[in-house]
Design a protein around this ligand. Sequence first.
Ligand code: HEM
Length: 462
Amino acid sequence: MADSEVVTNVAASRADIAGLPLAPLNPLPYRQQIAAIRSFHTGFEVLRDAGGPVTRLRFGPKGLFPDFVVVSSPQAAHDLLGAPMYCTDRAITHDELQRLLGESLFTLRNKPWLPRRRILQPVFTKKSVNAFGGHMAQAADMVAAGWTDGQVVDLDAASRRVTLRALGRSVLGIDLDERADSIAGPMRTAMNYVTGRLVSPVHAPRWLPTPARRRARAAARQVHDLAAEILRSCRDDPSHDAPLVRSMMAATDPDTGRTLSDAEMCNDLVVFMFAGHDTTATTLTYALWALGHHPDIQEKVRAEARAIGDREISPTDLPALGYTVQVLHESLRLCPPAPGNSRMVTQDIEVGGYLVKAGTLASVGMYAMQRDPALWERPLEFDPDRFGPEQSEGRDRWQFIPFSAGARTCIGDHFAMLEATLALATMVRHTEFHSLDKDFPVALPFTMVADGPIPARVRSLK
Ligand code: HEM
């Protein structure tokens, strides 16, 4: 399409939407609205129940504070996340992260992001991921081998160990779990700092070296140093087995032939550790906890895994693990590690039948949408069958988007699903889980994670 046609079409569609009403203002009192956006999982449900699936919040005079629109319907999610790239962009949430961790695929504004994504996309296709993502089964076997019959284990600690080990092996070629203290701790410190700045209405100016800021910077440096060390080992030692780093070193922009600089690779490796660890670990923890309350569902997963035989479960077994994937989808529905996201609207757009003006901050509440009684039958019940082929037929694909959707969708979705599927099948194959706590408490250090240990009694079936 010629540039002039694009301009004409944009002008026409902007004229079309100019007459639409603004999203209705949320009727909750100011303090309740503030509390709700701080807990952007359950808080967005509160906003939805009070103000509908497209609701607007105003925190001060126009021009001083942007309007904030929270959406939780499939159509509105589609309109916002699927909007052309010149209509929305990264928001202040991402700027804060970028200041701390450097320019990465996660934080870059759309314009500089596009070439970076073009280079990295082929590294994360299903096919490439199958080639480097097979370490999860070994990691899961290794962790389960340390358990004794009848022991009470913390599912969250176990899932974190498995995920960190597999991520380290697949991505970096090292045993990250053995360096857990130098990785997981700093990552949590940095995330707590970023989230603290985002949800607090008053913060110290950026130049002030507060103790929290000093700690966050030191933590970010620690993770960066590790990424740089790995990159150096790959350059110095051609036999260093770090498949993802090697793929990144070889990746080129299909349009321009450009490769990634070392600084870009380091920043992206750091963000892969940040974006990939807590999220995948929490998915696995929640799935194991839910199975620990549903012996019948657990048995179905076990039967599927056992049908593969006694050898190590590998990426090629994925087609035989359909029900295990359904269990993970149901876990991601009820406990999406990224419960909400955010965009800055840069051109007036239509969202769910309303006009959302340029300069508005907008957020999709995945948690609120994926638990909405208006969209799901028995929304709080753990029922993996709802993701069976027949039951899924006809469901709006924007109704279930734990990895987000649109141009800035998660690049690690295949990798995460592969890892979680191999780990779940491997762990359940020879171990029976009985969850001991009725509830699954969550915290929001940045992504949604288990808040404290998730105890379960394990019984060996070997
Ligand atoms: C269950 C696991 C995971 C979940 C639920 C998840 C979820 C998400 C979501 C919702 C987004 C989009 C955020 C937005 O719309 O602003 C995202 C982006 C991203 N994720 Fe994931 N993620 C997971 C695992 C991973 C893994 C394993 C990696 C890397 C190895 C990863 C790397 C990224 C990156 C780099 C982005 C930014 C993509 C871009 O803007 O191009 N994620 N993730």
